[in-house]
Write a protein that binds this ligand. Sequence first.
Ligand code: ADP
Ligand code: MG
Ligand code: MG
Length: 252
Amino acid sequence: MLTIKDLKASIEGKEILKGISLQVNPGEVHAIMGPNGSGKSTLSAILAGREEYEVTSGSISYQGEDLMELAPEDRARKGIFLAFQYPVEIPGVSTTNFLKTAVNELRKARGEEPLDAVQFLKLMKEKMKLVEMSQSLLSRSLNEGFSGGEKKRNEIFQMAMLEPSLSILDETDSGLDIDALRLVSNGVNQLRSKDNACIVITHYQRLLEYIVPDFVHVLYNGKIVKSGDKSLALELEARGYDWIKDEDKVEA
Ligand code: ADP
Ligand code: MG
Ligand code: MG
């Protein structure tokens, strides 16, 4: 589904990603962990198509296509969901209207008929139940005046509605409390299937107690310095990142 090969990227002439390779297959959940400043958000920004980062070498292919050739909106149309790619606040546009447009645009891109009002409402109800979304949030302007937890809930709801092939969740800056953790995790777990994949970027080991990943990668200083299964997250919990930094020095 996603193949990243020896990706290097810079911002303002400073190299941030120093050769990242990653293979994500359908059905897999990958966690990317690592200390602050290691390049996690840079990686997700590049996957989202944010322009301030310069990819200096390497390649990213998504479903056989060169991702770098696709505009951000085309990435979304092809089933990539980035939790932060959607507008933070849109005054005057309710979540319902926003999603109706987004869902039907995606269906169009897949060559499917648009949903009519009744079908759309049915889908909304089904997904609301799945992510414990309240009706009142849906009629308010998108994200306007939402609390942190409500924004998170809304993101997961959007993800449920759009049924992406590849979801990328960069949770680092959200300061999730225990309720938000549980919510994000439930959402991700409910949406797991053999056909879709998810990359969960976090520096909280705790999140991975709820979302059990198939693979854990440690990003440190712009490189994936260690990969393993879920037991790696537990080891990081117990030992921190210092031992990996030390291993990195030995390799360097
Ligand atoms: P993480 O998400 O792992 O905490 P980031 O990807 O946010 O790491 O940052 C990696 C490095 O890139 C840091 O040293 C950060 O200061 C630098 N960086 C990120 N964005 C910018 C930017 N817009 N301008 C300059 N430096 C940046
Ligand atoms: Mg950071
Ligand atoms: Mg970050």
